[in-house]
Design a protein around this ligand. Structure first.
Ligand SMILES: Cc1ncc(C[n+]2csc(CCOP(=O)(O)OP(=O)(O)O)c2C)c(N)n1
Ligand SMILES: [Mg+2]
Length: 552
């Protein structure tokens, strides 16, 4: 058995059921022989992002695996790795390697070297007898350590050689679970109970630790509001009376109020990384930071009490401590009433934008209609970079865990399509919706064909405004004189040319029917492009509700 065949057996033992890829890579054939399906994307970055989408909604029960060739294939993959690394998504990345004698010779691309800043770990297999050891380290990291891309580069002459019997020593590593100390938990519980106006910030780690029930229980016990980061969106049902919404660059009015004013915050399952696509809060707030990696603490935010450990078990222990202080039945703080008043006022101020019936259509109206017409518990929705992200984050109402996939630190334009193809692979019964702009389409639009070919039907809701809405600033001359942020396209037509159904929507009144038709077509196995003629509308505040820039 050669190295690639041995790795294929290991992946099978670990429950890997598909390989996201772009040829060539030694694992494609080796896995196919094991009955594991390779799905080729139209670009390596998309292949990585699909593995990411699959892993994100699989909560560390399954990991995404992706392979590409050395040099060009590896060079093309960087954006996908960067995104998964920034959002701490566990994927196994298996680039075909350079031959060992080329590894450190200029100008050959070394994935291990070049990906050091966009992965949790990166190594190449140095000799066949190390295959089992390398793979055990990789799966230990994927299961138990701080999540992120784990890279194993496959030099061709190493994985092409027979693995000696003594080297076939792979033993599936068991998940290791850590919890914070009893003293720190007691301090954290007392601080939360004694605070004047505490809140919880929940990140994506709450979902990947399967801790959404514990999050809700603790919030209800303490009666404190829950905010979610972009990756954490859908960790709590946003219709819950204690949910104050989610945010990246933009957020809800109630979220902003508590982020600004509350005196104490429990941040759980979140890196609290400073990013333009994450909200910030005053340094004076007392911060209890619960996360599974000590290195995420005290990065750019001062941590007052650190709780290192698995989010589910940390929250369970915290719940026990809080019950010890205030009793099994919890307490009343009046937070629910205050949240309701804030939420009602905020929604009311935005209703004119959300129900606007202008032509071209307002993107807020598209979100409103998605809110009304999707079967949310059976859907997964994601945004793309640009105005679509900033418009969706506050206004799309997420319900059950993973009914929304929030993502992004640098936010790679075009990630939404491959993310949803990967999510569909993990949850085939759900309707998977990518909400993107027309510039985003250029980065990954051809993967609509991948979704058709791989029988992973998705719906793309494309805001066709002919422009990059969030780029009026910085480039006024280039924009006005040379149209640098303008573009055109008949995206329904392009999608039809790739085997999907294309539906054009130019009137807001057509939206409900079009969304329902897309759901029906997805159920029948067809991918759908809703090409929605929208107006150029910036996302950041009603004051920037710019009709004069509309180019359609
Ligand atoms: C790979 C990559 N390059 C550049 C950007 C910067 N960027 C963010 S949004 C955006 C334009 C988005 O335009 P579009 O998709 O049409 O959406 P709109 O804002 O017009 O609704 C750009 C260039 C990015 N996020 N990712
Ligand atoms: Mg646009």
């Amino acid at each position: 058995m050669n190295g690639a065949e041995y790795i294929a057996k290991i992946l099978k033992e670990e429950g890997v059921s598909w390989l996201s890829c772009f040829p060539s890579n030694p694992m494609i054939e080796a896995l196919a022989k094991e009955g594991i399906r390779p799905i080729a994307f139209r670009h390596e970055r998309g292949a990585v992002m699909a593995a990411d989408g699959y892993a994100r909604v699989s909560d560390r029960k399954n990991i995404g695996v992706v392979g590409m060739q050395s040099q060009a294939g590896a060079e093309n993959s960087m954006g996908g790795l960067a995104q998964a690394n920034a959002d701490n998504v566990p994927i196994l990345v298996l680039p075909g390697g350079n031959p060992l004698n080329m590894l450190f010779v200029r100008p050959n691309f070394s994935a291990v070297n070049s990906w050091a800043t966009v992965s949790r770990s990166a190594e190449f297999i140095t000799s066949p007898d190390q295959t089992g050891n390398v793979m055990r380290r990789a799966f230990h990291r994927l299961k138990s350590s701080a999540p992120g891309p784990v890279v194993v580069e496959l030099p061709p002459e190493v994985v092409g050689l027979d693995v000696p019997d003594a080297g076939q020593n792979y033993q599936s590593p068991r998940e290791v679970i850590g919890v914070p100390s009893a003293g720190d938990l007691a301090d954290a519980a007392k601080t939360l109970v004694d605070a004047k106006d505490a809140m919880i910030w929940a990140g994506g780690g709450v979902m990947s630790a399967d801790a959404t029930e514990e999050l809700r229980e603790l919030a209800e016990l303490l009666e404190v509001p829950v905010y979610t980061s972009l990756p954490g969106k859908s960790a709590i049902d946003e219709r819950h009376p204690l949910a104050i919404g989610s945010g990246g660059l933009t957020t809800t009015g109630p979220a902003r109020k508590w982020l600004q004013e509350s005196d104490c915050m429990l941040a759980v399952g979140t890196s609290l990384t400073t990013t333009p696509y994450g909200q910030r809060f005053p340094q004076e707030k007392f911060l209890i930071h619960a996360v599974n990696d000590v290195n995420e603490m005290n990065k750019d935010t001062i941590c007052d009490i650190g709780l290192v450990g698995h989010a589910k078990y940390t929250l369970q222990l915290l719940i026990d401590q809080v019950k010890g202080l205030i009793g099994e039945g919890g307490r009343e703080t009046g937070a629910k009433d205050r949240i309701k008043a804030e939420k009602d006022a905020w929604w009311e101020s935005w209703m004119p934008y959300l129900t606007n019936d202008s032509k071209p259509i307002s993107p807020y109206r598209v979100i409103w209609e998605l809110n009304q017409n999707l079967d949310k518990e059976n859907s997964i929705v994601t945004h793309d970079a640009g105005a679509p992200r900033d418009q969706m984050a506050p206004f799309y109402t997420a319900t059950t865990p993973h009914s929304y996939v929030g993502w992004g630190k640098t936010t790679h334009l075009g990630a939404s399509i491959p993310l949803m193809i990967g999510a569909k692979k993990a949850m085939p019964e759900r309707m998977c919706v990518a909400f993107m702009g027309d510039a985003a389409f250029g980065m990954s639009g051809l993967d609509i064909e991948t979704s058709v070919r791989a029988e992973l039907p998705i719906t793309v809701v494309l805001l066709n405004n002919g422009i990059m809405a969030t780029y009026p600033g910085g480039t006024p001359t280039a924009r006005e004189q040379f149209g640098v942020t303008h573009m055109t396209g008949d995206y329904a037509q392009i999608a039809m040319g790739m085997g999907a159904e294309g539906i054009r929507v130019s009137d807001a009144a057509e939206l409900p029917g079009a969304i329902q038709e897309a759901a029906k077509l997805n159920k029948e196995g067809k991918s759908v492009m809703l090409d929605v003629k929208t107006r150029n509308e910036d996302s950041r505040a009603p004051a920037r509700f710019v009709e004069e820039n509309t180019v359609n």
